[in-house]
Design a protein around this ligand. Structure first.
Ligand code: GLU
Length: 424
């Protein structure tokens, strides 16, 4: 059973290794066959393309684009496309595998994939981003497809990019195919509730975990790292449920008010201020690193990977971590967090609300029908709550953290399906 030995993890953790070290532990608990282990650890397909794009000044810049399909055992692969300077193949591989586990945990009929382009969208004009998105779609149009691989927004992308992607894919096929991508604008077949879906799932899992820990939401202080789509929606919805959001942050820094920040004001300020919280009034400014160590009840990392790592994990004071981001806790930090008795709702459960409503969007597109927002929310809340209860039960049964329990639930489902489908 070669897989039981955890691979050495270097100081700057490789996200794929971080994913694999949890996978190994869960595989060991499940007594997974070596054969299935080998299948699940290797992504099905990895595509790297170079994308020459004409910039506004007439020059041509070449960008690198990626799409990794980790698994299609449960169905067509699903996962976002990220525009960020840190995008690299190891990150995309890890994110693709996390999508496989995420879809399995919430029991939706998808495999996992992820894509990305190494670029800084904040420094590009809308025209440049559009040309880049169309070039990427052209290169990937054999990979994508409503029954094959279905992209969605991720960091640095949103409904606007999904509209371009849908349009370019449709041109290549000579007809409108809106179910090839989710997270589209409403008028193009987007779903009500998709924009807030990830933040909503964070809220639902946070409340479920707070109930287990007997934390009263009306007395809870919450710090949210990252104020993009996920962080700001989680903040708004948790505030609506009575919690006090005492810290928020973005790339410009972190902002604290012990009495609670008015989230609607913060969102309005960010939207007027070019997407940044810089200069937001009535708050003290600290750093993103200091936010992680604040004396709060709940910490919601909703930005990037590895923000809770081996050097700061022991300084976390929150009793509960709810992972809005993918991979915010490094594998090395896991045991420190666990030993400190902190409950961590893992990414593949906490942020699965987004892909759940993506699934609903795809279902509606294929039905040619539109659900009400109320129906979307009711059904996604039910899926997320059921998944939380299931993971919680498995964590008690195996005496493991919620993270390892979530991997156990996911890997068990994918492995069983693989056994039925068979290989060569
Ligand atoms: N990018 C999101 C995630 O990491 C959503 C993926 C999707 O909706 O397909 O879960």
């Amino acid at each position: 059973m070669g897989y039981i030995e955890p691979a050495p993890i270097k100081d700057k953790e490789n996200p794929f290794e971080s994913m694999m070290s949890r996978f190994r532990i869960a595989a060991q608990h499940l007594g997974l066959d070596d054969e299935v282990y080998d299948v699940l650890k290797s992504p099905t397909r990895q595509v790297i393309v170079s994308l020459p794009v004409t910039m506004d000044d007439g020059s041509i810049k070449v960008f690198e684009g990626y799409r990794v399909v980790h698994s299609t055992i449960l169905g067509p692969s699903k996962g976002g496309v990220r525009y960020d300077m840190d995008v690299n193949i190891d990150e995309v591989k890890a994110l693709a595998a996390w999508m496989t586990w995420k879809c399995a945990v919430v029991d939706i009929p998808y495999g996992g994939a992820k894509g990305g382009i190494r670029c800084n969208p904040r420094e590009m004009s809308p025209g440049e981003i559009e040309r880049l998105t169309r070039a990427y779609t052209q290169e990937m149009h054999e990979v994508f497809g409503p029954d094959r691989d279905i992209p969605a927004p991720d960091m640095g992308t949103g409904p606007r990019e999904m509209a371009w992607l849908m349009d370019e894919f449709s041109r290549a096929r000579g007809m409108t195919i809106n179910s090839v991508v989710t997270g589209k604008p409403l008028v193009l077949g987007g779903s009500l509730g998709r924009t807030e879906a990830t933040g909503r799932g964070v809220m639902i899992t946070a409340l479920a975990a707070m109930e287990r820990l007997k934390i009263n939401p009306y007395q809870a202080k919450i710090a949210i790292q990252g104020f993009g789509n996920v962080g700001s929606w989680a903040a708004r919805l948790l505030e609506e449920r009575g919690a006090s959001i005492t810290a928020i942050s973005d790339l410009s820094g972190a902002y604290v008010n012990e009495k609670g920040i008015n989230i609607d004001d913060a969102i309005a300020y960010r939207d007027k201020n070019n997407g940044s919280l810089e200069g937001f009034a009535g708050v003290a400014k600290i750093t993103n690193e200091e936010l992680i160590e604040l004396d709060v009840d709940v910490l919601v990392p909703a930005a990037k990977e590895d923000v809770i790592h081996s050097r700061n994990a022991a300084k976390v004071k929150a009793r509960l971590i709810v992972e809005g981001a993918n991979g915010p806790t490094s594998a090395k930090a896991d045991s420190i967090v666990n030993d400190a008795g902190i409950m961590a709702v893992p990414d593949i459960l906490a942020n699965a609300g987004g892909v759940t409503v993506s699934y609903f969007e795809w279902v509606q597109n294929r039905l040619g029908y539109k659900w009400t927002g109320e129906r979307v929310n009711r059904r996604s809340d039910r899926i997320i709550k059921t998944a939380f209860n299931n993971v919680y039960r498995v964590s008690q049964e195996y005496n493991v953290s919620l993270r390892i329990a979530a991997y156990i639930v996911a890997i068990d489902k994918v492995a069983k399906t693989y056994k039925y489908r068979g290989g060569f």
